[in-house]
Ligand binder design. Structure first.
Ligand code: SF4
Ligand code: SF4
Length: 650
């Protein structure tokens, strides 16, 4: 390798802290293939106007960009309007992605039949949810009920009147605040359409209104779309329970047919799991000379599958290309969201079949095998067969699977958390199946707070560096971490989801809780739509304590966020009263007013705001200081609302 190439390789390797990824980047160079890391080097300087959010191309008179010489766009929009509009549109796109995902799940619930490809796996959960959605389950067959609930959920996307039914999950005081501020989401699609309308040339040019709209739209994600997606996925595919898994690229080792599932929607991936378990598929794998089939996941499809089946996690967002570069992947099957179009060209350098399945995400150069929910199993079998038959094309000369993987325990849905907490309930004094043990350790300060560390990888920061630094700092200082999305993959790959590792990484208080409750110090709650589980747990705790969510010693953090979905998530988390800490600056710095509002002013309105710091150690400190700052108020309220009540009852 020439000196120039080594320099390039070193630069790329410095863009990740994952040791497997470093090995694969060296292989990429040897194989002469391009990755995101190489492309990033080509982008030496990114456009300052875009970075600050002051570029507008919302009409044909533009593009316009704000600078000291051109302080207004041609229509007269100033930097505050342009930044506000761009921010709101990011929220709308993120909400659209999560919600369209949820819509497909609701349609799938409508397709369920006894003995069919899709069935109701959790009838009791469906009954409870039906009641919550004002559907009377009395005297109804479970499938009749499923179809009715599906229809009611689908109405949440476009109902003409009212607000999201799911808001009722939030504490009353929070619901009243949303009502007062006028940010209760109405129908999901309506909020997305309203943002697109109001950000059209010649509509809203008032920053406060734009940010309010962005919040209301994002709330339609967290408190409607994502919540429906998570709930119905549990009903259809089972509520996750603690399960053992393995993570990182070494899960591809061995002589098995490797099928990677990448994307988001469990309707496809659940069916691929079922198809690949069929005896006929296992036999076919043997016939082509493999020992069996290894399924593994990337991004949120990986998270959904690992939560419900312990399917191995091949990697996170930044490892999607690197997985193919191992040369050991027979097929990468994708549906929607977070899929690099670059995979099409890349897979041609290897034997890997890059199979797209969704009309919503067609990618030029891929093998397109459309998946339909109404012929799900047949379609899944065709796709799995294609993958297996490709095993004979594997070129051993091109195979290099890096050495590392880690074990972990994942699958902590809300019910699973409550189930684990039962381990420390004294039935003489307390009831089973409540969050009381968690509330007690939070109130006593044994655990200082709970932080949701979520989100993506971003080329602006070395892959996994921020995630791992922040998570380790937090657990070392007795903050329990719950995680979803690619942050969860980063944690699992590094042994942070192993119960045995609690004493090694966690502070004394947290380690003791982990041992007694039998949980790892970092809790995997699922995929990005499963951030709605975080909202639910916070609501349950706040309701149990008679508090608002903003009173709790909790925080959200997206250390390496990159997607518009992450912007919507951060925004609904803030609107829900949870301070949110970002490790990458959003494109808003071109408007001093937007920065002031998002990183300060919102606190007076919704009780929370954003904080940004690109140094992960400092960001972790900011999170801990913020929660410590909230603790006296929380402890006082706890005394007043919970302890005194318990004493009175006793
Ligand atoms: S909407 Fe206004 S700022 Fe945007 S491109 Fe058109 S004229 Fe320029
Ligand atoms: S965490 Fe980000 S990168 Fe990962 S799947 Fe979710 S949106 Fe995509």
């Amino acid at each position: 390798m020439e000196k120039k190439d080594i320099n390039v390789l070193e630069q790329m390797q410095n863009m990740t802290v994952d040791m497997n990824s470093k090995v694969m980047l060296e292989k990429a160079e040897k194989d002469g293939v391009e990755t995101m890391y190489k492309r990033k080097l080509g982008y030496k300087v990114q456009c300052g106007f875009g970075l600050q959010g002051v570029c507008c191309r919302n009409c044909g008179m533009g593009p316009c960009r704000i600078s000291p010489k051109t302080p207004r766009g041609l229509c007269g929009a100033d930097e505050h309007t342009i930044v506000g509009r761009n921010f709101a549109r990011m929220c709308a796109a993120g909400t659209a992605a999560h919600s369209d995902h949820a819509r497909d799940i609701a349609h799938t619930l409508a397709l369920t039949t006894p003995g069919g490809d899709y069935q109701v796996k959790e009838p009791q959960k469906l009954i409870e949810f039906a009641k919550f959605m004002d559907v009377d389950p009395e005297g109804k067959d479970i499938y009749e009920l499923a179809h009715e609930v599906a229809e009611v959920c689908l109405m949440e996307f476009g109902k003409p009147f009212g607000v999201s039914k799911l808001l009722k999950r939030a504490p009353k005081v929070r619901q009243e605040l949303w009502h007062k501020l006028g940010i209760e989401p109405r129908a999901i699609d309506r909020e997305i359409a309203t943002v697109m309308h109001s950000t059209h040339v010649g509509c809203t040019s008032d920053l406060d209104s734009l940010i309010h709209m962005a919040m209301r739209c994002s709330m339609a994600d967290g408190w409607a779309g994502s919540m429906i997606g998570t709930m119905l996925s549990d009903v259809l595919f089972g509520t996750p329970k603690p399960v053992h898994t393995e993570a990182n690229l070494n899960v591809l080792a061995g002589n098995n047919v490797n099928i990677i599932l990448h994307g988001h929607e469990p309707t496809l991936s659940e069916m691929i799991v079922a198809a690949s378990e069929l005896p006929e598929m296992q036999e076919l794998a043997k016939e082509v000379g493999a020992d069996g089939i290894t399924l593994s996941g990337i991004c949120c499809t990986g998270n959904e599958l690992t939560m419900r089946h312990g399917v191995k996690i091949a990697g996170d967002f930044h490892q999607q290309e690197l997985a193919i570069i191992t040369g050991a992947v027979e097929a990468m099957i994708v549906d929607v969201q977070c899929i690099f179009p670059a995979l099409a060209d890349l897979s041609k350098h290897y034997h890997t079949k890059f199979i797209t399945t969704s009309p919503k995400a067609r990618i030029t150069g891929s093998t397109y095998m459309e998946f339909h929910e109404d012929t799900a199993m047949e379609d899944a079998k065709t796709i799995v067969r294609e993958a297996i038959l490709n095993f004979k094309n594997r070129d051993q000369e091109k195979v290099l699977v890096p050495d590392l993987k880690s074990e972990g325990v994942v699958g902590y849905a809300e019910e699973a958390i409550v189930g684990q907490l039962n381990n420390v309930v004294n039935t003489q004094i307390d009831e089973m199946d409540t969050l009381k043990p968690l509330i007690d350790v939070l109130a006593s300060g044994v655990i200082r707070g709970v932080v949701g560390v979520v989100g993506c990888n971003n080329a602006k920061t070395p892959s996994n560096h921020n995630h791992l630094t922040i998570i380790k700092e937090l657990i070392k200082n007795d903050f329990l971490v719950v995680t979803t999305g690619c942050g969860a993959s980063a944690a699992c790959k590094n042994g942070l989801m192993l119960k045995e590792n609690a004493p090694k990484f966690a502070g004394k208080g947290l380690a003791t809780v982990c041992e007694l409750v039998d949980i790892p110090p970092v809790i995997h709650l699922g995929s990005c739509v499963d951030n709605s589980r975080i909202l639910n747990v916070c609501s349950l705790i706040a309701n149990a304590c008679g508090m608002d969510i903003s009173d709790l010693p909790v925080a959200g953090c997206a250390p390496e966020w990159m997607s518009e979905k992450a912007v919507a998530i951060g925004t609904y988390v803030v609107a829900s009263g949870i301070d949110t800490f970002l490790g990458v600056m959003p494109p808003v710095t071109g408007s001093s007013k937007a920065v002031e509002l998002l990183c300060g002013g919102l606190k007076d309105q919704v009780g929370a705001c954003f904080f940004v710091n690109e140094n992960p150690v400092e960001l972790a400190k900011m999170i801990m200081d913020d929660i410590e700052g909230k603790r006296p108020h929380f402890e006082e309220l706890y005394q007043e609302k919970v302890l005194n009540k318990r004493l009175a009852e006793a």
